[in-house]
Design a binder for this molecule. Structure first.
Ligand code: PEP
Ligand code: MN
Length: 348
């Protein structure tokens, strides 16, 4: 931390600030320039920069280390890479997670799962417990939805990612899924994050609707601090003044977070745009910008989907997007599932 004193500060004011910092367990290195006194503050004491800024004679306090530790690249310089079954997350390969917004019935889950597998997805996504803005909207099938997703993931040999909204759901979801998804609305549900820190399954942590990068990384810190080192950060768009898209997908967050943190960064262009015609361009941009993976909503019949139909890709659109990503990924030194299981026509 650096404390910059005001221009015409008195010696007593400087000494009072130094004495207070020393009392808090910090070492203070003073340097006196032509115009200002600057204090370099290091140590393991607990200091609230805002309280120091309120002291007489202080102009401003600048933090030079991040408030999160385990999530930071300073603490762990090498990328975090881990296995979810046979899928390597955070490595050279760009991992695509795809599937419906919600599990609706057996045929819908199975048809969609077969389609995303064929196109090259490595994991299945699908909600059984849905965080809907309106209490009157479809809330998900609950455990029955987990059963359908689990069965389809097994049949088509995909790992399963599904959302956990509450501590009470951890146990049942743990029985069916490979990765816990924490939704945007729960990014700062600290009790849920702490509890997931005690599990040993990966957590895909979506960025909150109005969260800064720092707040997002502090939320990841909650999971890491519990001893669960397998966290994936997922950019899914933030709320801005722009109304042309459902959210504003922050592509710049990818290189920023990858510099600040060693954790894998995924991107969800479906919730990021809210419109299926904008999903592929944003997915391509995300891979080009260095995303480690994508989370994409695909539905076998999006026009009749029970949630998020407008942003769900038709299977043929997803197939085409995967083919495009196979061209983009190698251009930036990444790989992506090379061979689609079967090539189909690119209708729509
Ligand atoms: C979802 O993935 O279906 C979802 C609800 O996402 P988010 O939390 O990003 O809105
Ligand atoms: Mn959705």
């Amino acid at each position: 931390m650096v404390v910059v004193m005001k221009e015409r500060v008195s010696t007593e004011q400087v000494e009072r600030v130094i004495a207070h910092l020393v009392e808090l367990g910090m070492d203070v290195h003073r340097s006196t320039g032509a115009a200002r006194v600057v204090l370099g503050v290091v140590g393991s004491g607990k200091v609230d920069p805002r309280l120091i800024e309120l002291m007489e004679g202080v102009h401003e306090v600048l933090r030079i280390t991040e408030p999160y530790k385990l999530a930071s690249r300073t603490f762990k310089p090498e990328d975090t890479v881990f296995q979810v079954g046979d899928v390597r997350v955070g490595g050279d390969e760009v991992i695509v997670i795809a599937g419906p917004c919600s599990a609706e019935n057996e045929a819908q889950v199975d048809t969609t799962t077969a389609a995303v597998k064929r196109a090259g997805a490595k994991m299945l996504r699908g909600g059984a417990f849905k965080p809907r803005s309106s209490p009157y909207s479809f809330q998900g099938l609950g455990e029955e939805g987990l059963r359908l997703l689990h069965a389809a993931a097994n049949t088509h040999d995909l790992r399963l990612v599904t959302e956990v909204m509450d501590i009470s759901q951890i146990e049942v979801i743990d029985r069916y899924a490979d990765v816990f998804q924490v939704g945007a609305r729960n990014m700062q549900n600290f009790t849920l994050l702490r509890e997931l820190g005690r599990t040993r399954k990966p957590v895909l942590l979506k960025r909150g609707i109005s969260a800064t990068v720092e707040e997002w990384l502090l939320s990841a810190e909650y999971v890491l601090a519990g001893g669960n080192t397998q966290v994936v950060l997922c950019e899914r768009g933030i709320r801005t003044f722009e109304t042309a898209t459902r959210n504003t997908l922050d592509i710049s967050a990818i290189p920023i977070v990858k510099q600040l943190s060693h954790l894998p960064v995924f991107v969800d262009p479906s919730h990021g745009t809210g419109r299926r015609d904008k999903v592929a361009p944003m997915a391509r941009a995300a891979v080009a910008a260095g995303a480690d993976g994508l989370l994409i909503e695909v539905h076998c019949d999006p026009d009749h989907a029970m949630s998020d139909g407008a942003q769900s890709l038709y299977p043929a659109q997803f197939d085409r997007l995967m083919a495009e990503l196979r061209i983009i990924a190698p251009a930036i030194g990444r790989s992506i599932c090379l061979e689609p299981i079967a090539r189909r026509g690119w209708a729509r």
